[in-house]
Design a protein around this ligand. Sequence first.
Ligand code: C2E
Ligand code: CA
Ligand code: CA
Ligand code: CA
Length: 279
Amino acid sequence: AKKLGRNNFQFYTPAMNDEAQERVRIESALRKALERDEFVLHYQPQVDLASGKIVGMEALIRWQHPELGMVPPMRFISVAEDIGLIVPIGAWVMRTACLQNRAWQDAGMGHLRVAVNLSARQFGSPDLLDNISAVLDESGLDANCLEIELTESLFMSDVTLAVELLHNMKAIGVNLSIDDFGTGYSSLSYLSRFPIDVLKIDRSFVTNITRDASDAALVASIINLAHNLKLSVIAEGVETEEQLDYLRRHGCDEMQGYYVSRPLPALEFELLLREHNQL
Ligand code: C2E
Ligand code: CA
Ligand code: CA
Ligand code: CA
């Protein structure tokens, strides 16, 4: 089905199952989505546990298609990776997020940090560093107000290259965080070799901290590990007060999750920010 999607050929055979048909539809629609301006970013607040203030936000892409409706990233990001569209889409995400953050800063919302997700294909792209620099130049955003979320899988294929790339990204001044920390298969040794700033504890551990003693122990250990390595730590997927209490008691630095807010369209995020931070 993947090959059929090239050049926008679409033919369905009875043998092709629903899933394959949907994949072909998504591929051809995705090729037009950028020029048709169908993507939007939603922003989810990141709260500093010491001050209780919103100090940043993760930008999460949404695709509003006229017929398919709101397509969640889980259904199109991997397709975009397969057909080589993730690089332009990722560049759009970074640019939009930086311009938005700068606009909020100019409107007096504070020195916020915006986090964007980077996919493996972008990480390997020769344009990545130039893109980051260009977007920071254009937006006038401080490099330390941009955070790039990477997953452990990015480092696996070529560690030497990864170390070099990360150092080049740090040289620009952006923050680097490891997303979904604890779910990958890589060894911990990279943590001391790579110039990382933040560990982001995966939701799967956070969900169970009040129910499962070993997940609770894991979360406490990750927080200690991060602090011993002079890294900051944020927990994602925080949905309850009990989870938040546990994280606070164990010295977690920041949190993100439905307990504070779902990812919101820019205008709603701004309202929440004003109210929450009393701006
Ligand atoms: P992620 O980077 O791990 O993002 C966190 C996901 O968890 C988001 O789903 C968010 O809406 C959801 N979430 C946040 N708080 C809670 C909570 O308290 N409970 C629960 N159950 N879920 C929570 P979303 O927006 O559907 O994104 C899914 C994945 O798609 C992301 O996982 C990320 O891997 C990918 N993604 C999203 N936007 C982008 C993007 O711009 N570029 C790339 N490359 N990937 C993206
Ligand atoms: Ca993320
Ligand atoms: Ca994550
Ligand atoms: Ca996750």
